[in-house]
Ligand binder design. Structure first.
Ligand SMILES: Cc1cc2nc3c(=O)[nH]c(=O)nc-3n(C[C@H](O)[C@H](O)[C@H](O)COP(=O)(O)OP(=O)(O)OC[C@H]3O[C@@H](n4cnc5c(N)ncnc54)[C@H](O)[C@@H]3O)c2cc1C
Length: 589
């Protein structure tokens, strides 16, 4: 029977041992979050996720959502679980106390989101989108809009949804056609059709707040002519009570590969009433408040599924008896040894473990910078942290979701044929996590953002390079750490070399950056993981008499020796340039 237990011990390791959360609570507003408080929050959330949400994971996958006459009903148990989520105050962990939120660090919320989505990804999408909508509203909305919708979104009493995609425009939002016509009373009439809208319609909340991208009648062509609108499902009276149904409705629900418990909707806007958010024609820029939040959140979904799949695989590998250990029987009284004795099964489990724990460190390192970028008293420190978050956002989104898929696939393989059978839980992870590599900007597009915009255009590489170089320099001559430092330094050299080379080539060859982007992203991310695994080793070496820390060191060694060497082939691929990718004539495909 598949099980899910949030990995609290590793969460605490990342927070306190690795990233020094004690000093993080010196940031203004975080003073009350002592270790006792944080541990209590994590333990309670772990209980909620494993006891309430996880049991609904497979039944929701089997049942899916129901669609009839524009009404969407979520799978059995979702409504009750959602009420408990809201009653527990979980959606408002990071929301401002001004709106009834708890003002908690992103670092803690990231861990909560990992547990939530590891337990039940389909369910986790609802509060995830609502949090993104809250962030967008509070960053871009008018004071009046924030007062009207902020507290309801913060608490999760109302849900949020983002409406960007249209049939003819996914990645290239400049092509969108939905129209917004001013009514002369400050509101707009919106008409058009959006597709693929997650949680576009459902029965979990009485109201849904849509953030819709549309075009004003006189808007310039392309992405410079996009504006952002707030469109509620039910209009809201001045006293906050719900009024008439607005002209936005669900026309169909997609049948899809995974996340069956979360509806993916066609949304029709037929003269729906909306209000401009921010300035006219600046909508795409404003929408990035939500998109950046969601990109990091989607990365965490990859991590979450990886953890769940790994746990399932380990439990199976301990119990399944097949063959004998190459070094001789473990237990001669049994007909065979558990498959965990086989080196190839160990290879798979260690890969799952090293990637999952590495991705967790990467997510939390980014979350730490996100907190600093919002809270630090010194504006220069805030700005620097902001640059780092901008650099790491596409890495977290793309690498963590790539790893989610890789780890979930390994999970199926560990179970052999039983991995392919629904009841064992592993195949659902493969199906559920696959979309995370596609939505919120495909991973190819994230890689192009990392290389083209963040590294080459905005020159943010140094915000990553600085801590890595200073760590390596600080520990030079530390023999105990050498086995971790050397591969880190070698990988960093490859990354730096690739960065210089692409910068030079891209200046005169427009296809170079695009051809290198995905390999560059992985090279970058593996180097970041090497840095974090080296830091984890530094922390664990003095405590290697404890099982937990000994396991950290073994996993760090596996990462350095069995995963990091991929950086050499990634570098070689980048060096080969755009020619082998582009040479074949288009007509020959
Ligand atoms: C289940 C699901 C839920 C979704 N939820 C939402 C939602 O809530 N709200 C919403 O607005 N949208 C949502 N989407 C839409 C999703 O964000 C898009 O599908 C995604 O951005 C890709 O767009 P597309 O499917 O049109 O692919 P396309 O843009 O057509 O891309 C096809 C391929 O071409 C590549 N490509 C395209 N342009 C470039 C380029 N310039 N450079 C390099 N490669 C390129 C892509 O990487 C991809 O491999 C959802 C989609 C799905 C399937």
């Amino acid at each position: 029977m598949p099980q899910f237990h949030p990995p609290l011990r590793d969460h605490l390791f990342c927070l306190y041992d690795l990233l020094g959360f004690e000093s993080h609570t010196r940031l203004p507003g975080f003073e009350a979050f002592s270790r006792d408080v944080i541990e209590a929050v994590l333990e309670q959330s772990a209980r909620f996720c494993s006891d309430v949400l996880y049991p609904l994971n497979r039944s929701a996958d089997e049942e899916g959502v129901h669609f009839e006459n524009g009404v969407v009903t979520t799978p059995k148990g979702f409504r009750e679980a959602y009420s408990q989520l809201v009653a527990g105050g979980w959606p408002s962990l990071t929301a401002s106390p001004e709106h009834g939120g708890q003002g908690m660090p992103h670092m803690v919320n990231f861990l909560f989101e990992e547990m939530l989505n590891g337990a039940n990804l389909s369910f986790g999408l609802f509060p995830g989108l609502t949090r993104g909508a809250y962030v967008l509203l509070t960053e871009q909305g008018s004071a009046e809009q924030v007062a009207q919708y902020g507290p309801k979104l913060a608490s999760g009493e109302w849900a949020g949804s983002m409406c960007l995609t249209e049939a003819h425009c996914g990645t290239d939002l400049g092509l969108l056609k939905t129209q917004a016509v001013p009514r002369g009373d400050g509101s707009y009439s919106l008409s058009g059709t959006k597709i693929f809208i997650s949680a576009g319609e459902h029965d979990l909340t009485p109201n849904i707040v849509y953030f819709v991208l549309a075009r004003l009648p006189d808007a310039p062509k392309g992405s410079k002519g996009i504006s952002l609108f707030l469109v509620p499902k039910l209009l809201v009276d001045e006293d906050g009570s719900l009024a008439a149904r607005n002209g936005i409705s669900c026309g169909a629900v997609e049948h899809k590969m995974g996340i069956h418990g979360c509806p993916t909707c066609v949304m029709n806007l037929d003269g729906a009433t909306g209000w401009l958010v921010g300035e006219a024609n600046q909508g795409l820029k404003a929408m990035f408040s939500m998109m950046n939040t969601e990109r990091i959140a989607v990365g965490i979904h990859g991590l979450a599924v990886a953890e769940a799949s790994y746990q399932n695989a380990v439990a199976y590998a301990r119990e399944r008896l097949q063959g004998r250990a190459p070094s001789g029987p473990r237990d001669a009284a049994k007909p065979a040894d558990p498959i965990i004795v086989h080196p190839d099964v160990r290879r798979m489990l260690m890969t799952q473990r090293a990637l999952t724990e590495g991705c967790r460190m990467l997510a939390l390192w980014t979350a730490q910078a996100l907190d600093v970028s919002e809270r630090h008293a010194d504006a220069a420190v805030r700005k620097q942290a902001d640059g780092f978050v901008a650099l790491m956002t596409p890495v977290v989104k793309a690498f963590l979701t790539d790893c989610g898929s890789e780890v979930a696939n390994l999970g199926v393989q560990v179970l052999g044929g039983h991995g392919f059978i629904r009841a064992n839980g592993q195949e659902q992870y493969v199906r559920d996590v696959r979309i995370t590599q596609i939505y919120e900007g495909t991973n190819g597009v994230q890689s192009a953002d990392l290389l083209g915009r963040k590294v080459l255009h905005l020159d943010l590489f140094d915000s990553f390079a600085r801590p890595v170089k200073s760590f390596v320099e600080r520990h030079e001559g530390n023999e105990a750490l050498d086995e971790f430092l050397e591969p880190l330094a070698a990988s960093y050299d490859l990354l730096q070399d690739a960065t210089w080379m692409i910068r030079e080539r891209a200046a005169s060859h427009p296809e170079e950056a695009g051809a290198a982007a995905v390999d560059y992203m992985r090279l970058f991310a593996l180097t970041a993981l090497a840095y974090l695994w080296a830091r984890a080793a530094e922390v664990s070496l003095p405590k290697s008499n404890e099982d937990f820390h000994r396991a950290k060191l073994s996993t760090a060694r596996f990462f350095m020796q069995r995963i990091l060497p991929d950086t050499a082939s990634l570098h070689a691929r980048i060096v080969s340039g755009a020619a082998p990718v582009m040479e074949l004539d288009e007509a020959m495909f």
